[in-house]
Design a protein around this ligand. Sequence first.
Ligand code: ADP
Ligand code: MG
Length: 691
Amino acid sequence: MQEGGVWDRDIQGLKNIGPKRVLLLKRMGISTVGELLYYFPRDYHDRSRTRPAAACGSGERATVRGVVVGGEEKRPRRGLTVTRLFIDDGAGRTVAVWYNQPFIRRQLPVGTPVLVTGRVRRYGGEVQVQVSDYEAGDPDEPVSAGRIVPIYPLTEGISQRLVRSLVKSALDRWGERLEEFIPGDMLSRYVLPEIGPALRAVHCPDSFPELKMARRRFIFEEFLIHQTVISLIRKKVRARPKAHAYPENSLLEKIFLDRLPFRLTPGQSRAWGEISRDLQSPYPMNRLLQGDVGSGKTVVCALAMLKAAGAGLQAALMAPTEILADQHRKNIAGYFDPMGIRVELFTGGMKKKDREALIEKIKSGEARVVVGTHALIQEDVKFKNLALVIIDEQHRFGVRQRAAVRQKGPNPDVLVMTATPIPRTMAMTLYGDLDASVIKGVPPGRKPVETVVCPRSQAGLVYGEIKKEVSRGRQAYVVCPMVEESEKTDLQAAAELREYLAGGPLAGCRVELLHGRMGAGDKERIMSGFREGLIDVLVSTTVVEVGVDVPNATVMAVVDAHRFGLAQLHQLRGRVGRGGHSARCYLISDAGGGTAASSRLEAIRTISDGFELAEKDLELRGPGELFGSRQWGEMPYRIADPVRDQGALKAAAEEARRLVEGDPGLMKPGNRMLAREIHVRFGGFNFLPVG
Ligand code: ADP
Ligand code: MG
């Protein structure tokens, strides 16, 4: 197949679809045939066994096969249309029911053979199916039973039917022509089906065992591609010495450390030792610096930047948001200003004139230390001699972005910092191209936050404690959970809780509400009110997770704590106990003993170290459960789950390592197709070692 193959081919060639739908599909991430073929179903309905509705129990989910023999439409009230089609399923008459889909009657006229899936209900002598999914055949050709039907994730305006038929055309046109790219010995070692049959089976499986085999292939494929890229980057970074060098043990570093109002913790010293060894090495650094919130990562990265600035080279620090970039600039400038090193801030919100002036200074090399958002590397900013790039929070910063950063300077040193504890085994595989440093422990003098789990019936006592703390001049957070699907009701629940607290248990305290749906201005007003002590108690949804630093806050109550993940609870708890006062975190929950939720709450109650918690989290998650992958940075997977599929991940990582070790250029005939696939999927980035 020609360069790019299905990944280059527009889906518009498959079928006549209008521009509006093309746009919607594009938003779903489907513009090419490749993206369509890799748009995997989120679920499957088993229609292979159909039964007459009368044979099903009420409330049961069933698929009924029959012929439309009549129908009617009802409008019981404004805005509600009920379409009822009578279906002869061989054993009797079943009523299939649709809501607000008046076009169904036209689509399924009398005489049409149909397959309807949904919940069975008995209603005044009738047997009904509340249809969630259906399929129609030709009058001469009954619909095929014996099918397992794919259910795709959708957006409004795009139907299952459309996606299914697009996928079908893609499979018919391209399925047989796809070339295998997983080396043959791996396919046989792990007993995996080839690409063509696997794609057909993942979209239109004939049986569940066949589906399982196909899914295993794609899970392995995703891990193999990602792990191969990681191994290639690792190899490539070590293949070419860097152009710059830093002086050893500079005087500046000694002055900097002497001026600090504290001494580095053992964890900081060890991490700095590893980083400075990398900087001193002839090959570029490619390192992940992990450290819990408050472990003191900033001072370590400032030391690295100082080394660059001191050598007349440039260093850039990138943060995910403008607010965080600004915060970093202030902190770093606090260290560097007295030493006469200017720290520049580059953000999207700059005035045009300032921006141009700064770009000029970056180009000339005059600006040595630049802090900014990701715009700093994404946009057309040219550095004179960029030696060091530091990325704060690796969220959304995958291998692709890491590779892009490398191309910003002549082989710069790269340090990625994260405060999200990642279990060690996961970090080793997901960030395997990076060496890892961990800052263990926090600076001395911090008291751990006492964590108490209590049932809802004792919430009153918790609010009593909060009131007491407020009377001592302290502040508190009350956090209630937010569920994505129903932000509106959450807002209502949070607002009601605030009303209740302000009028009852916390009467006399200044209680305010902070919610994710508020405008930025309102949020900022509430936050600064809390920071300045004009608000005593902040009732909020999880927005307090993000970068809030109010040392006077000493109590946190989390309502329905079982609805939060361990990582989230850990982040939330980290908001209190930042000042000199002792702090408490109440986890209010009725989660019963022995449940997964109660084990999680027990873990957070007894463990204060983020890394230990991350390991525990991994242990507590059963196979197949969803996990908080979003907090672990960019997950380049559509179907694989590094927790559920740990075995496959390990195997693929091992295979990738061996592959790249034995064939660093992926030049051997059996590996060339994989090299090409990687090249195509990663947008042409060249991961292969070059001279
Ligand atoms: P994070 O790792 O979350 O980025 P920071 O670098 O912001 O943490 O440090 C948190 C706080 O701890 C800062 O106020 C910093 O000045 C202070 N700090 C850092 N290192 C030490 C230390 N070794 N001893 C005492 N305080 C420290
Ligand atoms: Mg930080």
